[in-house]
Design a protein around this ligand. Sequence first.
Ligand code: FAD
Length: 394
Amino acid sequence: MLKVDVCIVGAGPAGSTLSHFLHKLNIDHLLIDKSDFPRDKICGDGITVDVLNVLKRIDPELLEKFCAESEMLPSWGFCFNGPKGQEIRYDFRDAQIPVAPFYTARRLDLDDFLIRELPENGSGQFWPQTELVGLSRSEGGFIAELKKEGGKESIHCKTIIGAEGEKPVVTRYLGLEHFREKEHLLAAIRIYYKNVQGFNDGDHLEFFFDKDLLPGYFWAFPLTNNEANVGLGMLSTAISAKKINLKKMFDQVIEKNPYIQPMFEGAEALEKTKGWGLPIMTPKRRIAGDAYALIGDAGGMIEAFTGKGIGPGMMSARILSEHLERAFQSNNFDLSPYHDHMYRYYRSEISNTYRLQKSLKHTWILNPVMSLASWSAVTKYAEDKMIRNFLKWV
Ligand SMILES: Cc1cc2nc3c(=O)[nH]c(=O)nc-3n(C[C@H](O)[C@H](O)[C@H](O)COP(=O)(O)OP(=O)(O)OC[C@H]3O[C@@H](n4cnc5c(N)ncnc54)[C@H](O)[C@@H]3O)c2cc1C
């Protein structure tokens, strides 16, 4: 039976990032994914500064390679479009930062890039088309049952890391409570389009808050090849309470919203609507314990306001790698300190984004939030936090 120190279940951005860091730390590991790569993942494809930050932490050359990939589109700003057509737009082109603060990349390309760039002869292996189908505690760790192309195989691992995304697997097999309250879950749909008009020439990420859509929001993000990632997201409690059909609402917004409708004249949908869940951050969710930890969506690492989860997922992997290093040095596999570290790291982001999300409940709250005062708050945030932090690490 194969014996490994760490088994990572799921090779999305969270799992593959952890593999990159374990390679750097020379920690023996196995990364598995039930899919073959490249594979799609329903997402908005918006890449935020924390992704760039983690890529650089893995290796500055990796960040350079990412920026040079032809499928990664630099995006120089963002815009929150209010119900009355008000805009909070920020453009970073004059901020003298060396690379764009945002990118867009189809997940087919981003996730494949992260896998392709894993070292070939390092301390880990990647097994695609390998699904975790059973997990039990055994002496000194776990026995993981894997389903692969030619049959089943069991391996022994000292620690198990759940990076399997939104559908819980590791916690389920371990019989642990899997915290999945509707108030901490968003649902969203995505459709790829061609020929969407009217994007800013800096390829900004556009968010729209339509009065009939609240507390949800609509997004349109430009991609390479004149394509766009378009979607709609909403808190699951609101969907249940108001019995909302997201697809119907999406069609309605495209037909009726006076700011969105012109963008879609002549646009062509490239696929049918696809939906997925987004577990949002809450310290109520336990993400680590005796020889196990959860990263990315498996640990509910999505930011409540914008639905950003790629960056926090990759950041959770970076933070966990420090705790795994310590665990293997000390031979103490209680990974609970990772739980505390993550929620300390994201404490202010969690409270700010939940507060912002509450402002989406009614137009009478949202309209003042979209006022001049907010514009100055956004400007201050962009200049103080983003630009200064950006210059510190790039
Ligand atoms: C509609 C939508 C829009 C979004 N937009 C954005 C956005 O614009 N920007 C952003 O930052 N975030 C966005 N998010 C969130 C983002 O998609 C997730 O946070 C991100 O994918 C999390 O990455 P992950 O590695 O944790 O999980 P995933 O990317 O889901 O990867 C999990 C992997 O685990 C594998 N797996 C599952 N079960 C098993 C098993 N039993 N055995 C082996 N492998 C298994 C899967 O095949 C998969 O490859 C969006 C989400 C949705 C739904």
